[in-house]
Design a protein around this ligand. Sequence first.
Ligand code: BG6
Length: 487
Amino acid sequence: VKPENNCIVIFGASGDLTHRKLIPAFYHLFANGLLSEEFAILGVSRTHYSDTEFQQKLKESLTANEKVDPQVLDAFCQRLHYQAIDTKSVEDYAKLKMRLDDIEQKCQTKGNTTFYLATPPSLYSVIPECLAAHGLNNEHNGWKRLIVEKPFGYDLATAEQLDKDLHAHFQEHQIYRIDHYLGKETVQNLLVFRFANTMFEPLWNRNFIDYVEITAAEFLGVEERGGYYDGAGAVRDMFQNHLLQVLAMVGMEPPAAINADSMRDEVMKVFKSLQPLSDNDLQNNLVLGQYTESDVRGNHLDGYREEPGVAEDSRTETYVGLKMFIDNWRWNGVPFYVRTGKRLPTRVTEVVIHFKKTPHPVFGADAPENKLIIRIQPDEGILMSFGLKQPGAGFEAKEVSMDFHYESLEETHMLTAYERLLLDSMKGDATLFARTDAVKACWQFVQPILDYKENPEHLYGYAAGTWGPKEADELLSRDGREWRFPC
Ligand code: BG6
């Protein structure tokens, strides 16, 4: 089903997110015939461009970065419009309103409008207020939706304040909070894998699972984003949102149905069950690290403190590893070891489910344990490892695996995370968007880490291009376990 005719207003239209993610996503949705018959994109920012200049700029960046068909691209660019306003000036929104009326007439968008905040977070409270001052939040003539990008606040208190500000002008059903990890095909597949098969779900609990690893490793450092990152750190940038959402998908109970309410109710139950972090956890189960300069295969990699925009004496973490628990019937006592970092050896996001040993080790204590590796990216897929008889004399068990790679589904067009989420928001489906209570619960859980990291007793260095501080290995080795090191 295609979305209804609609118009997307992108605030921050000359910014990086618009060029790198949003416009390419809209282009591919358009090229694949997934958008409504009539739709318009209205770029908004302070810089002055004519419609033609804006179209030209985006055409150039799409041609340079994406595989495009020139004819489709021309047709797509016809849908692009531009309006310069000062986003902080409430009077200026009168221009926006006029422009929207005009587009509605011309493109039959029926008043259905999404406002996408691709701006610095400092504008997240200002823009909704200004829109409301001109009645642009009012749904009497078509729906009005607001898409907000992370960060949703800086800590629990600011997140609550932001939520109040948004709710002062938009109702919860109008607000779509993007966590692009939920848009990833393989994150959604966690649900299908778990709840569409009878084979795994009966084992998916404390009786059979020994521990769970969740890893989101990046090879890149902070690149050009040092200024932002130095004020955020890995806990805010990746852990509080993306990793906790993945954890919820691994840990949740089956929803009654796949719809926004049922799904998000189950996610919320996981967040409510997270065992709050004690002082002991902060001391012993949390590892914060920062990368230092090193040479990797003949290439010199700068240390974090040498990156542009980063303070020379920065104490910001670029790595976080945490052992945590979900206190509920299903997961009681099962540790979840979660880690993420920049400048690790490779880019990989995966979940590893480690099953318990068999009750009686007839084939020796070294017989392999069962593992299920869910590869979120890259080389998306699932790998199951188990023991098989080593051919030859005796009864020795050998570890073998069965795997499935998404790329073998050649005929399928995989939507990128932004394509999927933009499409869902245009259809009014909030299933894969973070709900207000979940965002708050995640902040509540991480707040002790945020307090601790203000002045961390331990911030361990790790050489750029390695798997993080050795203390992170000790987090598992103390429990007689070890991280899987994907290569
Ligand atoms: C973003 C973070 O939300 O996610 C970045 O701000 C990070 O720092 C990125 O690099 C990772 O996303 P992905 O899709 O590449 O895993």
